[in-house]
Design a protein around this ligand. Structure first.
Ligand SMILES: [Zn+2]
Ligand SMILES: [Zn+2]
Length: 196
């Protein structure tokens, strides 16, 4: 195995038979230990997520389906107003038995892209524990909007004074004379004077 990773969100698979097709569905509530999301929006650490789980024993390991909902928090990338979004997510992934995973990794060792896909985070440990975190990350992150905005046409902030342009008066502006223009204005003035 490439790395020794500890289960961040441990989940017991006890009660699931090992015969192919045996299944178990149940609900769990987990407090996520670290934020899941992007730089601009994430499900915060400490949030409790109620999850519906379905585990099915297959020959290579366990196929685990998760579905649930949560609340992501972030801020508008243009005006920095806090933005919240309700998320619904669901995903199914295979957690491999360690010997199956070792064999698969061995078979694909010269194809690094497949190697990375078979990340050893997705494995059933010998104590029939798994780590739920990678599944939650893969389920939640695609639901986070790529561009976080308070409203689709957010005007952002005034580049001069930083107030929100949505809250400002309609003709909010500043008398700014660009120093390059003021220099030119001086030249024109000079030329105007010479002609006189
Ligand atoms: Zn905004
Ligand atoms: Zn301004």
């Amino acid at each position: 195995m490439r790395k020794e990773n500890k289960a961040v969100i441990p989940l017991e698979l006890t009660g699931l038979g090992s015969a192919e097709g045996d299944s178990k569905s149940w609900q769990v509530t987990v407090d996520i230990p670290a934020a899941i999301g992007t730089e601009n929006m994430a499900v915060r650490a400490g949030q409790s997520l109620e999850l519906d789980l379905l585990a099915v024993a297959i020959s290579e390991g366990v196929s685990l389906s998760v579905s649930g909902s949560g609340r992501a928090e972030g801020q508008c990338v243009r005006c920095l107003t806090p933005v919240e979004k309700s998320l619904e997510f669901s995903l199914t992934r295979i957690y491999y038995y360690p010997d199956v995973l070792a064999r698969l990794l061995n078979e694909v060792s010269d194809d690094s892209s497949v190697y990375d896909e078979l990340d050893d985070a997705y494995q059933v440990r010998s104590d029939s524990r798994i780590d739920l975190e990678p599944l939650l990350i893969d389920a939640i992150v695609p639901q986070i909007p790529y561009s976080v905005l308070c409203t689709p046409d957010c005007l952002g902030l005034c580049p001069e004074c930083g107030i929100s342009l949505a809250a400002a008066e309609e003709d909010h502006h500043h008398e700014v004379i660009d120093s390059r223009w003021s220099a030119l204005a001086g030249i024109f003035d000079e030329q105007g004077k010479k002609k006189e």
